[in-house]
Design a protein around this ligand. Structure first.
Ligand code: SF4
Length: 270
């Protein structure tokens, strides 16, 4: 075990690199790390992480899948190529990636073997790999999660993730290189990041780089439904009426800016 920027980092060996994905538009998922040092207070991934210690200490412990690239090299020879979601229950560009480079090496293997890659991150470290992405730009899309443009709110919700401005700067750099980008605006939490100022600014950023915008309300999970959880006081305001009103504002701005906007996990009927 080592400690890296206050996070305990362990290593493990894995038998599989790719898993079947249950997410829309993805065939496979690849997560080079177990857990995530960004430590977002709303993170749902802790519920899908098969490591009790990591889940219970979310944001404080990360396990590195040290042999994942070698395992992946074998798997790509026998699996049918498809779209791989990189970082579905972790942020594949979280701080430890700067040291281990497992995400970079995995993406290199995937795109060299006819797989497509879809990355979702909050970390500008992804720009380190622009040289790799531009070798096969048609095989890559990159999404940034932007929940707010307010640094203080971001630091509260996503304590160890880079601030929103750094994400937006990275998004623009990537788009300038001809790589398809998107923004994930979520979770949208009543009373925190659902105001018109936030919505209009996020839509404007998306329009500037012609990113598709995905929007998604907070999904209430059991770990939030406890009095000592920082989101507890907000979840009671998450009603159908609230979401219909908020969604309407988002869609009106999307229409105004002629931007492609899609519902995230919730579906439009919620
Ligand atoms: S960056 Fe993503 S995976 Fe990491 S803690 Fe935040 S929501 Fe979870």
């Amino acid at each position: 075990m080592i400690t890296f920027r206050g996070i305990k980092v362990y290593s493990t060996l894995v038998k599989n690199a790719l898993s079947k994905s249950g997410l829309p538009d993805l065939d496979y998922a690849l997560n080079p790390y177990i857990g995530c040092g960004h430590g977002c207070i709303y993170c749902y991934a802790r519920l899908y992480t098969r490591n009790d210690l990591v889940s219970a200490n979310w944001g404080k412990i990360v396990v590195v899948k040290s042999n994942i690239v070698n395992v992946l090299l074998r798997e790509v020879k026998r699996l049918k190529p498809g779209i791989v979601g990189v970082g579905t229950i972790t942020d594949a560009y979280q701080p430890v990636e700067a040291v281990y480079k497992l995400t970079r090496k995995s993406i290199e293997v995937l795109i060299n073997n006819e797989f497509n890659v879809s990355i979702q991150t909050k970390n500008p470290l992804v720009t380190r790999d622009i040289d790799l992405f531009t070798k096969k730009p048609g095989k890559i899309d990159i999404g940034f999660t932007i929940t707010t443009l307010n640094n203080e709110l971001s630091a509260y919700l996503e304590p160890n993730a880079p601030p929103p401005k750094a994400r937006i700067y990275a998004l623009k750099r990537i788009a300038e290189h001809g790589i398809r980008t998107w923004i994930f605006y979520g979770p949208i939490i009543p009373g925190l990041n659902d105001d018109e100022y936030t919505i209009s600014n996020i839509v404007e950023v998306a329009k500037e780089v012609e990113s598709t915008l995905y929007y998604d309300p907070l999904h209430i999970k059991s770990f939030m439904n406890k009095q000592d959880h920082p989101l507890y006081k907000y979840i009671k305001s998450k009603t159908r009426e609230w979401w219909q009103k908020t969604r309407r504002i988002i869609l009106d701005y999307c229409e105004k800016y002629r931007l492609i906007c899609k519902s995230g996990f919730a579906g439009d009927s919620y």
